[in-house]
Ligand binder design. Structure first.
Ligand SMILES: [Zn+2]
Length: 233
């Protein structure tokens, strides 16, 4: 059987039974999540899977990051372009597309904020709508942190704001995880809105911090005699 000329043809794979599709190459039955055909071994075309399913996770906020990483690592090895050098362009293209979408899924799921945003999207929660409904009742820490950052004049003061923002991010993620566990998705979305504001503050603090230390007086020893952490050339 010859390969369809483009990836578009592969989407014509027909549903056989529930979650089963037919292999583009041998037409044998293949489960929808399968990377490879169980019969002929051909890498399958990218399916319309959510990121959790793609990476073998339950669709929830609390995921085991070690398991996630191990699953992704196996995918990366299975889809290594070097394994497809001797295959046709069709299999090479499918493997590359599977690898790209797996990388995107992994980057989203390993980051708690991106994972929460993605999961709320799957659950049909409109984040901007929730945030707009909360406008005017922002938790007190946000304006206080913004004010403190605006007033911070030196690196130590900026660091204090950055540390406070990091602490708030941590506690907000815990609160959001508890809301997801209790299936209180509006509350989870509210936490996510706060997290996004806190991230903005942390980003601004980092930007100001790096600008303030660019040619700082204690870092100007020259390229050959910079002293860091007590290490002397
Ligand atoms: Zn096959």
């Amino acid at each position: 059987m010859t390969e369809p000329p483009s990836g578009a043809g592969l989407r014509r794979a027909t549903a056989i039974d529930g979650d089963m599709l037919s292999c583009w190459l041998c037409r044998g039955p293949v489960v929808v999540q399968a990377l490879f055909c169980h019969h002929c071994g051909a890498v399958q075309a990218n399916r319309d899977l959510d990121h959790f399913t793609r990476l073998g996770q339950d669709r929830r906020f609390d995921i085991d990051l070690d398991l996630l990483h191990r699953h992704y690592d196996r995918l990366q090895r299975a889809l290594d372009p070097l394994r497809f050098v001797a295959k046709g362009i069709g299999e090479q293209t499918k493997a590359r597309q599977q690898l790209e979408i797996s990388q995107e899924a992994y980057d989203i799921l390993r980051d708690p904020i991106r994972r929460a945003r993605y999961l709320l999207g799957l659950l049909g929660i409109d984040l901007p709508e929730v945030v707009a409904a909360q406008a005017g009742s922002a938790p007190i820490e946000l304006p206080a942190l913004r004010l403190a950052l605006g007033r911070a004049q030196d690196p130590a003061a900026i660091d204090r704001v950055a540390n406070q923002a990091a602490h708030e991010v941590e506690s907000c993620i815990c609160e959001m995880a508890a809301a997801f566990r209790a299936e209180r998705y509006q509350a989870a979305a509210t936490c996510l809105g706060r997290l996004e504001s806190l991230e903005e503050i942390a980003f601004e603090a980092r930007t100001r911090r790096s600008a303030s230390t660019a040619p700082g007086p204690s870092w100007t020893g020259g390229p050959n005699n910079v002293k860091l952490d007590g290490v002397v050339d």
